[in-house]
Design a protein around this ligand. Structure first.
Ligand SMILES: Cc1cc2nc3c(=O)[nH]c(=O)nc-3n(C[C@H](O)[C@H](O)[C@H](O)COP(=O)(O)O)c2cc1C
Length: 455
């Protein structure tokens, strides 16, 4: 006769099963706990029932698993960097050069990984950095990420190049957890009216902060994409913030003619049809009215603003009361100038090595900038892959870190569940690293105790 679950538990005893989760959760790929080491317990308990996690926990294995499931073009777009990808590898090398010096006999029985930024308390010291064109990796794209982020309480930074509008993502987040934290990232377009409209929408969506990305006024030279002749935006992918914007839609009538028409063949036609499918509403109407192709051309015309200068910041400052962070600042002088212009914080980032090949590693830039600006809120991204990286960045002066490629890979592998699992893994990995290094909370990382050494 089959033994009942309760009787079986009693027979085998609680000590054999770590914690109380004998059986895997209903959906074993969905983490039972948000952060906290309960995640570690849940994985081992589920393993007793033969279940394996959805994602590899190792960052390199995660990337390899994503390569396996993604199309070559999608993988190239996510994984690739500029030029010889020296910046890409340099980000990792800079993190690897630093080593943690764990301290013992500090009471870490209760732990607090929460941080405060711009008056908001977040349960983890990491955010989701903006990633565009996520429809390349998963049909639900940004909305799946939004749901997982909301469930975990991790702030999601909506990309200006998102595949779903910020309104759709905000709604999806609110359904999971009303008011779940979100920020908006702006690529400053040529049209000031469009910039203003995007900022107003971000405020209406309940964003806590505005991130202005400054390192992408032109697209970097990216060999992996160039070799495949692939840029998602030209297929209407990653332009949802534009096609959902009333000002952008009003610009469509004045769209410049296409001077660089590709040769017409079966592939061109297939791509034109795909572009129409990405335009909101009826694909047939988008195709026959010419609006879908006009949207792509208008996006190309308006996206890039290489003439942006410091003077522009005052214009933006007047138009929003949201905290403004500049993303892509790497020089200490630029950081100081940003503060003089009333900027509230920085995301120290080299765009994951996608823009300037041979650029300074983000972590090295962080150290330089923190030296001259001890109190400025700083988020670091580019190269962060696990709990030890988060610890190192925080110990060297970051207030939080941004997670980039890993969540795109997790999305490609497991959709919303994949992102949820990644966030739980990161939270647990960080909490364990923090505790095992002798810190009960984030303040301890910077309390003057020697915690880091450089090789
Ligand atoms: C595929 C991809 C798309 C990205 N899209 C954007 C974007 O739309 N806006 C932005 O500010 N940064 C964008 N970034 C940069 C990320 O926000 C972040 O700076 C970078 O991913 C950090 O490097 P890492 O992924 O190696 O950690 C993108 C990065 C990747 C990999």
């Amino acid at each position: 006769m089959a033994l009942g679950r309760r009787r079986l538990t009693a027979m085998l005893g609680d000590t054999f099963f770590i914690g109380s989760s004998l059986m895997p959760p209903d959906n074993p790929s969905r983490p039972a706990a948000n952060g906290t080491i309960a995640r570690q317990h849940a994985v081992y308990s589920a393993g007793l029932a033969g279940h394996r996690p959805l994602l590899p926990t190792n960052a390199g294995a995660l990337e390899a698993a994503a390569e396996h499931v993604l199309s070559p073009k999608a993988f190239a777009y996510i994984a690739g960097g500029a030029g010889a990808e020296q910046t890409l590898t340099g980000n990792r090398a800079a993190l690897d050069h630093w080593q943690i010096v764990p301290r013992v006999l500090s009471d870490v029985s209760t732990r607090d990984t929460s941080i405060s930024l711009f008056g908001h308390r977040y349960s983890q010291p990491f955010l989701l950095s903006p990633i565009g064109a996520l429809e390349l990796v998963h049909g639900e794209a940004d909305v799946a990420v939004a749901r997982a982020a909301a469930a975990a309480g991790v702030p999601m930074i909506f990309s200006n190049q998102a595949s779903r509008s910020m309104e759709d993502c905000a709604l999806a987040m609110n359904r999971v957890a009303a008011g779940a934290p979100r920020w908006f990232q702006l690529y400053w377009p040529k049209s000031d009216a469009l910039a203003e409209s995007l900022v107003t929408r971000a405020e209406a969506c309940g964003c806590h902060a505005l991130v202005v990305t400054l390192d992408t006024t032109l697209l970097g030279w990216r060999p992996r994409d160039l070799d495949l002749g692939h840029l998602p935006f030209l297929l209407g992918q990653g332009i949802a913030q534009y096609t959902s914007d009333p000002v952008f839609r009003s610009l469509l009538a004045d769209t410049p003619d296409d001077r660089g028409r590709p040769p017409i063949n079966a592939t061109t036609l297939r791509n034109v049809l795909a572009t129409a499918r990405h335009f909101p509403g009826s694909s047939l109407k988008a195709l026959t009215s010419g609006q879908a192709l006009a949207a792509v051309r208008q996006f190309v015309a308006t996206y890039s603003r290489p003439n942006l200068t410091w003077a522009g910041l005052a214009w933006l400052r007047e138009r929003t009361s949201l905290p403004i962070l500049l993303k892509g600042v790497l020089a200490a002088d630029d950081a100081q100038r940003a503060v003089e212009q009333g900027v509230d914080g920085l995301i120290v980032s080299n765009h994951g090595g996608r823009q300037v090949d041979g650029a300074i590693a983000s972590l090295d830039a962080l150290v330089n900038i923190r030296r001259v600006l001890p109190d400025l809120p700083i988020v670091l991204d580019s190269g962060v892959r696990g709990g030890a990286d988060i610890f190192k960045a925080l110990a060297l002066g970051a207030d939080a870190v941004g997670i980039g490629r890993p969540y795109a890979y997790a999305l490609g592998i497991g959709g919303e569940n994949g992102v949820a699992e990644l966030l739980a893994n990161l939270a647990t990995d960080f909490e364990l690293t923090m505790a095992l290094s002798g810190c009960a909370d984030i303040a301890a990382l910077r309390d003057g105790t020697e915690r880091m050494t450089r090789t």
